[in-house]
Write a protein that binds this ligand. Sequence first.
Ligand SMILES: Cc1cc2nc3c(=O)[nH]c(=O)nc-3n(C[C@H](O)[C@H](O)[C@H](O)COP(=O)(O)O)c2cc1C
Length: 205
Amino acid sequence: MDPKVSKVALIISSTRSPRACPQIANFVIDTIQSTSPGADEAAPSLKVIDLEQWNLPMFNESNIPSQVTDHTKYDHAHTISWSLEVQAHNAFIFVVPQYNWGYPAVVKNAIDYLYHEWKGKPAMVVSYGSHGGGKCNVQLKEVLRGVRMRPTTKTVELAFPSREFLVRASQGMDLEIDGTSESRVWSKEREDIIANYAELLELIS
Ligand SMILES: Cc1cc2nc3c(=O)[nH]c(=O)nc-3n(C[C@H](O)[C@H](O)[C@H](O)COP(=O)(O)O)c2cc1C
């Protein structure tokens, strides 16, 4: 990995169909990119990792990942591929809904597969839900500390503005959100995202 270029991955952390997460991930990406022109070669790259496309089975390695320092020693090809994907990035943004006062099982499963690949890397959590998914946000950051990641101190919680919005999100309908200044919802939260992302980049350097 070129140490001069920050490689950030945004992890889409819900996998049901239909789902709101990809739209909300796009809102986060648009918001971040609205602050940086992107033409600068030294600008961080931002790649989307969709856990739905990874479709990892429930964790099925024979060893504790913290004891595996050579990724070729994992039992399964899917673990080696997942390891290489996570190794390729030096910071992560988790975009994650709150499910029953916690985070979706799929994201815990994806984290549990690995350890050294996460260790030491900064992470930012953008949670969403009726009230912003605060419980999910706190719990996920705790787990990230467990694999020795460095979560940002700043927080982003995207609260659904209405019951109708919740229904639309749950049904995967168009939420009419984008990360431009014209966006009708989450104008304060756009600032939170920008500040949180700045903290993430500081943690990388
Ligand atoms: C299993 C499940 C549990 C949920 N629990 C909560 C919750 O605890 N708090 C909340 O605000 N919303 C909750 N919701 C509503 C979600 O915020 C909403 O459905 C959202 O669209 C989920 O994100 P997704 O569409 O990307 O899966 C829950 C939804 C599901 C499917």
